[in-house]
Write a protein that binds this ligand. Structure first.
Ligand SMILES: [Zn+2]
Length: 374
């Protein structure tokens, strides 16, 4: 498997394991609609733009390099990268809270109302693109690409851990690292916590730039999210509605279709299958023929939009989802991209899911009064 496919699979597994443990240990209810939205919100375009980010970094490093860092000993380059990347992230994050256009991208991450590992995955499709001006500085200074990729991946892993709903205080790490205990503060909905604790990995930036607020550990009714804005379960809408609002355009609110509603279990399993397709796509990054790779990406993106639009009550969404569930396995049948056991199993499950979709569609149209509760 490719490193990004492994990261995506391990991350998804940890998110589901944490949801299970929170239920068993803390008796906390799993809000599945939000969890699966978080898994699929940034989804395939965010990963694709991570590729763009790395390509742009390589181009800047090749053509605008001042060679200040790459002349240093290799160990010094690593140490510089560890702290410089985190400082760039701090200012990237702080400016996303300060300027309207960047906030319209970052707000998707803040709209999650439950603090758990899945929240880290919740992002605008364009989140990776807005990193470019900040990480470009490192390329201009001459930080080699291989160190950049390794160090940024390490910091993203730390940030994933920082969204844990299970770990409260990891002991001595609290003294110098941003931990879930501190990052919870950043996601709180109460005004006294707005624009605090921007740090990603090291605690020192918030303390140095005076944006640190200690957690109120005794508060049992903490609220998370952004007040006053309706949360869409549609990733297409969640990403674009804040950007349209910025230029005074309202998201077209078509009258919702009361029929053709599928159950919450149907939506949840569909979203998990989409996550499986995403892992398959990430696993085809090297050596695959480009056509099936782009087809897999297009189908995953179309599936994300169809399932999201279904959550928003759009009439066309469920038939579109079912059509995709049948079309994708047929189109990709026999291609070596999906010939391994796991991708093949995902495609078969996708087709079976389409059958259940048709059954639910037929039932809800035939008997609208027995619509499933969501
Ligand atoms: Zn933030």
């Amino acid at each position: 498997m490719t490193p990004s496919a492994i990261a995506c699979a391990v991350g998804g597994g940890l998110i589901l394991a944490e949801a299970l443990l929170l239920r068993m240990v803390r008796r906390e209810r799993t809000v599945w609609p939000e969890l699966v939205f978080n898994l699929n919100s940034g989804h395939i375009l965010m990963w694709a733009f991570r590729g763009v980010e790395i390509a742009v970094y390589a181009a800047v490093f090749a053509h605008l390099n001042l060679h200040w860092v790459d002349r240093l000993p290799r160990m010094a380059q690593w140490i510089f990268a560890l702290f410089a990347w985190d400082l760039c992230f701090y200012w990237r994050h702080r400016t996303h809270h300060r300027f309207g256009l960047l906030w319209a991208v970052h707000i998707v991450h803040h709209q999650g109302e439950h603090f758990n590992l899945s929240l880290c995955n919740r992002n605008s499709w364009y989140a990776s693109l807005t990193d470019l001006p900040f990480i470009g500085v490192l390329a201009v200074l001459g930080l080699p690409l291989d160190i950049y990729v390794a160090v940024s991946s390490f910091h993203y892993a730390v940030q994933f851990f920082n969204h844990s709903g299970l770990v409260r205080s990891p002991g001595v790490l609290d003294r110098f690292l941003v931990t879930p205990r501190y990052h919870r503060v950043h996601h709180r909905a109460e005004p006294q916590f707005f624009n605090r604790n921007f740090g990603g990995t090291f605690l020192l930036w918030d303390k140095f730039f005076r944006t640190f607020t200690p957690p109120d550990d005794g508060h049992v009714h903490a609220r998370y999210g952004v007040d006053g804005i309706e949360n869409s379960r549609n990733p297409l809408r969640a990403t674009h509605e804040p950007l349209l609002r910025l230029v005074g355009v309202r998201w077209p609110d078509v009258e919702r279709c009361p029929s053709a509603r599928a159950s919450a279990a149907f939506v949840t399993t569909g979203a998990l299958l989409l996550y499986g397709l995403l892992i398959c796509w990430l696993n085809t990054q090297h050596g695959a023929h480009p056509d099936p790779r782009w087809m897999l990406m297009g189908c995953t993106l179309a599936g994300t939009i169809a399932l999201g639009a279904h959550c928003d009550g759009k009439r066309w969404a469920l038939p579109t989802w079912c059509s995709l569930a049948f079309a994708v396995p047929v189109v990709l049948h026999g291609d070596r991209t999906v010939s391994d056991a796991v991708p093949a199993a995902v495609l078969v499950l996708f087709a079976i899911h389409g059958v259940f979709g048709i059954i639910q569609f037929a039932r809800s149209v035939a008997s609208p009064s027995r619509l499933p509760q969501r």
